[in-house]
Design a protein around this ligand. Structure first.
Ligand code: ZN
Length: 494
């Protein structure tokens, strides 16, 4: 059987080395002609071993040890000197694998990916690391595709958040066909000039792509694809929620607000400073911090009105540009969340500790021992820190109920984008809480209208939708820029 497996070779023996089947073989050739003078020669000059890995045999790795000879040219007048033996098809020159093994590895890599393919081939007694499979895949030339007529243009992150290029996808074949090194209009225009058959370009709403497509393929129809329309709508919802966030938070925590207001006078009326309570100098720190924060907020608003960039304002106020952006999008200064924690190991014992503090017990070690008996497993210093914090916020006598934190605008935006039937129970609860705000309900109605329009391709209702947007915007914020924004949308409609 073995000679049949290695055509053109004579197998001398089969040896075992560990888990590998070693097959020494020799090419079946008695004499060969010189490629220069055509004189046959059987005079061996030297020989060497050419080792290749091959497909497994009898569930064992297989290594082919091929003996390759060099011959003298026996024609003394010939300038050639020596001639190399022609190799059989199974062993290409310089190769370390037989072509049939390479083909199996290539199919594995293309089906499962390099690393997964490498793991599978290891179990099938074929050797090839993930990197090897990746090299084989890269060396495989893709089948030629006809020039695209419908082209998709989108961002492609080389290093997400830092460097981006442009990916071009042939939408007829659903295959990526090129990656451009940047997102510049001119690069896209140059590529389109080289591929004049493109008739339809689908893209996101980036202005560079619009310019590139208009310059490179002025005859092509540009389409804002539905995915990006919905993405941009979600971003708009997110901006709306950031603007309404202080109102939503206020609505979520009415009890706490009331509790803190009712407690403050009681604490003011308290006789001399209680044990562990902060002194006057310590109490001034958060107040000063809050004042400085408010000054920064007002400065940021002023500078933004003067036309300064986010980066300039951030440098001036010594906060991050992200904070400045959230301030500018919000109508009032968002509350300071410094040191906020979503949950703590203290939580199960908070009610008991409040009760003991109200009874007048301020002995930290005793309180720690008492809650340890109830199952608390952490250190005394955590209890001590907690008691000091309670003194700090002047709320040690009144238990504060912890309300769940308001999810971020990005999370909540999905609640608005989903239809009623698609919302989970948690999302439904969030929606009921948010729908008490008139602006949220109006926004959500417009969003659902827009999504239906996109989903069911109702282009005819676009004008009516724009008018409805304009009405809502003018009603909520009677300033010129809002209406201008809708007018810009309308002018871009073609
Ligand atoms: Zn010769």
């Amino acid at each position: 059987m073995l000679p049949l497996l290695i055509p053109g070779c004579r197998v001398h023996a089969v040896e075992t080395s560990g888990t590998t089947l070693v097959i020494p073989a020799q090419i079946i050739l008695k004499a060969m002609p010189c490629p220069v003078c055509n004189q046959y020669s059987a005079h061996v000059h030297r020989s060497y071993q050419h080792c290749l890995r091959d497909l497994p045999v009898f569930d064992q790795h297989e290594q082919l040890q091929l003996l390759v000879r060099r011959f003298f040219c026996i024609n003394t007048a010939c300038a050639r000197g020596t001639l190399a033996e022609p190799l059989p098809e199974v062993a290409p020159r310089y190769a370390r694998r037989t072509p049939r093994l390479t083909q199996v590895l290539r199919l594995r890599a293309c089906a499962a990916g390099a690393e997964a393919g490498a793991r599978a081939t290891h179990h099938l007694h074929m050797t090839g690391s993930g990197d090897t499979l990746l090299r084989i895949m890269r060396a495989t030339s893709a089948p030629p595709l006809p020039p695209p007529q419908i082209l998709d243009v989108d961002d492609c992150g080389f290093r997400k958040g830092r460097t981006y290029g442009t990916i071009l996808v042939n939408l007829e074949q659903h295959r990526p066909i090129a990656i451009l090194p940047d997102r510049a209009a001119e690069t896209l225009a140059n590529w389109l000039r080289e591929h004049p058959r493109v008739q339809i370009i689908t893209r996101n709403r980036a202005l560079d792509y619009a310019r590139g497509a208009a310059n490179g393929a002025p005859h092509a129809l540009q389409v804002a694809d539905r995915f990006h329309l919905v993405c941009h709508m979600r971003e708009a919802v997110e901006r709306m929620l950031v603007r309404l966030r202080p109102a939503l938070r206020q609505q979520q925590e009415p009890d706490n607000e009331a509790a803190s207001h009712s407690v403050a006078p009681a604490m003011d009326a308290m006789p001399p400073r209680a044990r562990y309570a902060p002194g006057p100098s310590r109490q001034r720190i958060p107040v000063a911090r809050q004042q400085a924060r408010r000054q920064c907020y007002e400065l940021a608003k002023t500078r933004a009105a003067q036309g300064c960039s986010l980066r300039q304002i951030a440098q001036e106020c010594a906060v991050t540009p992200t904070t400045i952006r959230s301030w500018l999008q919000s109508d009032m200064l968002p509350p300071d969340r410094r040191g906020y924690r979503a949950s703590s190991k203290m939580d199960p014992f908070v009610a008991y500790l409040h009760q003991r503090l109200a009874e007048g017990c301020t002995n930290q070690s005793r309180l720690w021992r008492e809650i340890c008996e109830q199952g608390f497993t952490d250190t005394r210093s955590l209890v001590s820190t907690w008691i000091r914090a309670q003194r700090d916020t002047s709320a040690c006598t009144t238990p504060r109920t912890r309300t769940p934190p308001l999810p971020c605008a990005q999370q909540v935006s999905w609640v608005i984008l989903r239809r009623d039937a698609e919302r989970t129970r948690e999302a439904q609860t969030q929606w009921q809480r948010m729908s008490q705000q008139r602006a949220v309900v109006e926004g959500a109605t417009l969003v659902q209208w827009f999504l239906t329009m996109v989903r069911e391709r109702q282009a005819a209702t676009f004008d009516a939708w724009l008018t409805a947007c304009q009405d809502v915007l003018c009603q909520n914020c009677p300033t010129l820029p809002a209406c201008c924004h809708v007018m810009t949308l309308r002018s871009r409609q073609p």
